[in-house]
Design a binder for this molecule. Structure first.
Ligand code: SAM
Length: 219
């Protein structure tokens, strides 16, 4: 599966760490994430992140200005992507695209502008307020080829071999079940399909007190 232009080799499961969270810990992580992103949806992304968000964030990440200018202001206020997954490879007209952790729908609308009326864009997210905002903006813009589902990304509610491209922007780092998530992405991709994602990575050890701190997960 090509990711960001490189080929990821199959890795035996035994060498990947399968995060040993208990159900209670998983619930605590999900609830911290949902509480944060509920506020990002109903208020704005301002003040919740250490990187530039909203309209200015989208501009700095190199999104097409003509698309940014078409986006409703309230949708732009909730944009908190960390990169630009569309810079990796062009998405063709007619493609079927899944956005994992679609938030308020910014990247879904960008994908919709690329796939056109013969394509389809699906989004999943586990924060209801984000999806309410996405759906109301699709209606406002007259977009009918975008659909969303409220689920945890570790269980993607689509059949095998459904998507040409899976995109994601700032979400995989938040998953407490990364191995399951990557398996699910692979399962729903058509043969030859690809994952284009932007995300945050650690380049040095976490400060003392943050590592293993569930409250810090969604920060
Ligand atoms: C940093 S925001 C990015 C949102 C959107 N991609 C954007 O660029 O604006 C992270 C989003 O991922 C969602 N999310 C986090 N963990 C998730 C999970 N395990 N399953 C589904 N959605 C998740 C959050 O609800 C939030 O909407």
């Amino acid at each position: 599966m090509p990711v960001a232009g490189v080929q990821i080799q199959e890795t035996p499961q035994a060498t990947l760490s399968n995060e040993p969270f208990t159900q209670a810990q998983l619930e605590a992580i999900r609830s911290a994430i949902q509480n944060k992103y509920k506020d990002v949806a109903t208020k704005s992304a301002d003040g919740f992140f250490k990187y530039t968000v909203g309209r200015q964030g989208a501009i700095e990440l190199g999104y097409d200005m003509s698309i940014i200018n078409e986006m409703p202001e309230d949708l732009l206020r909730s944009f908190c992507g960390v990169g630009n997954p569309f810079g990796i490879e062009q998405i063709a007209a007619g493609s079927v695209v899944l956005d994992v952790g679609c938030g308020a729908g910014f990247d879904m609308i960008v994908a919709h502008s690329l796939v056109g009326e013969t394509g389809r864009v699906c989004g999943i997210d586990m924060t209801a307020e984000m999806l309410d905002k996405a759906e109301s903006n699709f209606s406002r813009l007259g977009i009918t080829k975008c659909e969303t589902q409220l689920v945890d990304s570790a269980r993607i509610p689509y059949e095998d071999d459904t998507f040409d491209v899976v995109i994601s922007n700032g979400v995989i780092n938040l998953s407490a079940e990364k191995l399951e998530l990557f398996k699910e992405i692979r399962r729903v991709l058509k043969p030859g399909g690809r994952l284009q994602f932007a995300d945050m990575i650690l380049n040095k050890p976490l400060p003392p007190g943050m590592s293993g701190n569930l409250d810090a997960w969604a920060q």
